[in-house]
Design a protein around this ligand. Structure first.
Ligand SMILES: [Zn+2]
Length: 452
């Protein structure tokens, strides 16, 4: 849908300085890992439900109230701030992301999406803009999965994909002091176990839009400003175990060995070749050898294998080719090692909703058209997300899509993570335009006929 078809939308843009200053104001809670002289040149260590997370939650709610929003908290500590529209009974369009970070995280991952949502509400407020439906912001609890080891767990509970008891019982990975605490204990300790059920049934959304840094180098490398995200690639995680035989490093000739480390190494190389052949990704991040001495070959080696592709079918083919290759490496190359696979995570490809993608694309076209260089080159591009997000869960229950902004050198989950104030503002302006377009779409197709 070209933007020319919605001429009645006012040409609103966000305030770049205000967005930057409120983003950095919110980062006073949990700032850590200084890397430069400026006060904003630190990373973040704001682990979910710790004291700094409580402080930023208090800050978020008071900010939202000052913008005239209705605020609420559910049983997972998800925070909702809604600016009523002309039809306040209809489900709101929500702009969501997360305020928690990795222990060595940056100032933009998740934080930009929530703060851009608040900035959008502020623009609507200062322009006294009455939307047809309500528009709101959501801060999802423990998206990172860094403290409580399940990523996007609270949007997962909201979507009915994760039982709330499983979420509440998650124990922190690194206990602060003494015994590990679980999510429920920490929600109660900081006073953020809300009353409202964490469910799309009692708290439905009309749509969910998430602005997020790309966390990869593509936009920056191609000199573009906005990613119009179509979906999220599929991935599977495995634990692979190779069993050989331990024997003496000095007395066992090479031909007589069953060296599980050598076999695992060949398998990791083979997985990389399979990924290259299919334009996919293969990663091993964990490798263990037993018994683990210098002068004995290991009898058992285990390693993790993360395989990804945008298409479920191609990912299945990659898994099959890896299994065949590993089998022949174990049996033929090293004469009788054994290989075992265990599936840890299976996350199929996510396809976002076309109505949301169209609203984002049309907004991106309009925003990018104002920029220098727009006449010679498309400054936005359709993209697939390489990482999982809360939007993967909201997509199960309401129309959803995402917007990406450039990320310096593609670095994320790192204190030096950076997106310039101008690029943050461009992303927030695309978010604003997408939400207004979607609001208009709802009015045009008669979403409010029964509620007004
Ligand atoms: Zn994130």
């Amino acid at each position: 849908m070209p933007s020319a078809q919605v001429p009645e939308l006012p040409a609103l843009g966000v305030n770049a300085d205000r967005l930057a200053s409120s983003l950095h104001e919110s980062c006073q809670y949990g700032a850590d890992h200084r890397y430069g002289k400026l006060s904003t040149e630190t990373g973040m260590a704001r682990l979910s439900l710790d004291d700094s997370d409580k402080a930023v939650r208090d800050w978020f709610l008071s900010k939202a109230k000052s913008l005239g929003c209705r605020t609420s908290i559910d049983e997972m500590g998800n925070l909702f701030a809604v600016r009523p529209g002309k039809n306040p009974e209809a489900p709101p369009i929500m702009m969501g992301s997360h305020l928690d970070t990795q222990p060595t995280g940056g100032r933009y991952d998740g934080i930009l999406g929530v703060l851009a949502g608040l900035e959008v509400l502020e623009v609507l407020e200062e322009n006294k803009m009455q939307t047809d439906g309500s528009i709101g912001v959501v801060n999802w609890t423990n998206e990172e999965g860094a403290r409580f080891p399940k990523m996007a767990v609270s949007s997962g509970v909201w979507a009915g994909a994760i039982p709330i008891e499983d979420a509440w019982n998650l124990e922190e990975v690194t206990p602060h002091e003494g015994k590990a605490k679980n999510m429920l204990q920490e929600l109660e300790r900081i006073g953020y176990r809300g009353e409202a059920p964490a469910s799309y049934k009692s708290n439905p959304f009309a749509a969910h839009f998430e602005l997020h840094i790309e966390q990869g180098p593509i936009l920056e490398d191609e000199g573009r400003k906005i990613g119009v995200v179509q979906g999220v690639q599929a991935f599977k995680w495995f634990n692979v175990t190779v069993r050989g035989r331990d024997s003496h490093a000095g007395t066992t000739p090479l031909y007589a060995r069953k060296d599980s480390v050598l076999v695992a190494a060949k398998m990791i190389v083979a997985a990389n070749s399979v990924a290259k052949a299919h334009d996919g990704l293969a990663t091993t991040g964990i490798l263990h050898a037993e018994p683990g001495t210098v002068n004995t070959m290991a009898h058992t080696t285990t390693f993790s294998l993360d395989l990804r592709h945008v298409g479920n079918d191609v990912l299945a083919e990659m898994v099959k080719e890896c299994k065949d290759a590993f089998q022949s490496i174990a049996q033929e190359t090293e004469k009788g090692c054994e290989v075992d696979w265990k599936l840890l995570v299976d996350s199929p490809a996510v396809v976002f909703h076309q109505d949301c993608i169209s609203a984002v694309q049309s907004s991106a076209e309009a925003v990018c058209a104002q920029l220098p260089g727009a006449s010679s080159k498309n400054l936005w591009k359709p993209m697939i997300s390489g990482a999982g997000h809360d939007s993967c869960y909201t997509n199960l229950r309401c129309p959803t899509s995402m917007i990406f902004t450039p990320t310096r050198e593609g670095i994320s989950h790192n204190p030096a993570e950076y997106c310039s104030a101008e690029d943050c503002a461009l992303g927030a302006s695309v978010l604003l335009g997408a939400v207004l377009r979607y609001d208009k779409l709802r009015a045009d197709r008669g979403d409010f006929k029964h509620t007004s």
